[in-house]
Design a protein around this ligand. Structure first.
Ligand code: PMP
Length: 296
């Protein structure tokens, strides 16, 4: 996977510059302690031209993440959105992933930062999972305890857990991990939220131990519009042995079908699942195809 080439341009330190050779301080708290925040956003080549999907929602979360971590940050929603469109344009990209990162200042003490720098990069990231349906397992790595961090913030350091969980799953021969919260309830994937279907209802973990995903909220909105029952509840992994279908959802992941959980196949084939209906609706929505929600 190539994130930049000789010609790639990023926004850093208040200006557009070549990605190659661009630098941030080796003494930043982000580098040493993971004290920084970021976003993951997608733009699509829609029938109405290049459109960033839900930019305000993503940048609201970026600003909220800075506030939760006491990181000074002064960009407005509109500025951040415009800068992202400019980065796309300077890289000749319309269908792309956008990565804003707020890097904190030079400070080796464990005190808050007085300054921050914004980076925005973009690259092509067609599909997070290379195959159509994935096999998942329960991780021995739990989601961070909400009493130990700000779980609603998209904090750089929290992704150490995610990398550990994903690596463990791959070492065990699975595509991805499913992480529990500190009480043993299913929370989410390392970088995506999780839904499962049982008897015509979609279930997902409530807020509190999860990153409240923008795609998760979009799925709930699609379900409400299509009158697909959707409920937030705490559930144990054993419940998934009886699941009809399941999927991960996130900006990079989009809606990713799950084929099996701990080697137990889902009861329904994906094409006849509620997740598949949501997947089609989501694909139409990001491409701004007017309401061609397809019921299979
Ligand atoms: N959880 C984590 C830990 C994530 O990194 C992501 C991706 N940002 C998600 C959930 C899904 O969030 P969203 O739908 O906002 O991309």
């Amino acid at each position: 996977m190539k994130y930049y080439t000789e010609d790639s341009i990023i926004f850093l330190d208040g200006k557009f510059q070549p990605a190659k050779g661009a630098a941030a301080s080796l003494f930043s708290q982000t580098m040493h302690y993971g004290y920084g925040v970021f976003e993951g956003i997608r733009a699509y080549a829609t029938i109405h031209g290049t459109k960033i999907f839900k930019p305000y929602e993503h940048f609201e979360r970026l600003i909220m993440s800075c506030q939760l971590l006491n990181i000074p940050f002064n960009y407005s929603l509109e500025e951040l959105t415009q800068l992202s469109y400019q980065v796309l344009e300077k890289n000749n990209l319309s269908s792309a992933y956008i990565r804003p990162l707020v890097i904190t200042g030079e400070n080796m003490a464990l005190s808050g930062s007085q300054e921050s720098t914004l980076m925005i990069a973009t690259w092509k990231w067609p599909k997070y999972f290379s195959h159509k349906e994935i096999d998942i397992c329960i991780s021995s790595i739990e989601r961070p305890n909400p009493k130990s961090t700000k779980v609603d913030a998209k904090t750089c350091g929290q992704y150490v857990h995610a990398i550990l969980a994903s690596n463990e799953a791959r070492q065990r021969g699975f595509d991805e991990a499913l992480m529990l919260d500190a009480n043993g309830f299913v929370a989410q994937g390392p970088g995506a939220n999780f839904f499962f279907e049982k008897n015509g209802v979609l279930y997902t973990a409530p807020q509190g131990n999860i990153l409240p995903g923008i795609t998760r909220q979009t799925v709930i909105e699609i379900c409400n519009e299509m009158e697909i029952p959707v409920k937030e509840k705490f559930f144990k992994p054993e419940e998934l042995l009886e699941a009809d279908s399941a999927f991960f959802c996130g900006t990079a992941t989009e809606i990713s079908a799950i084929r099996s959980f701990e080697r137990h196949p889902m009861h329904k084939p994906w094409p006849s699942s509620l997740g598949s209906i949501v997947q089609q609706a989501y694909n139409n929505m990001v491409m701004e195809k007017s309401f061609a929600y397809v019921i299979v």
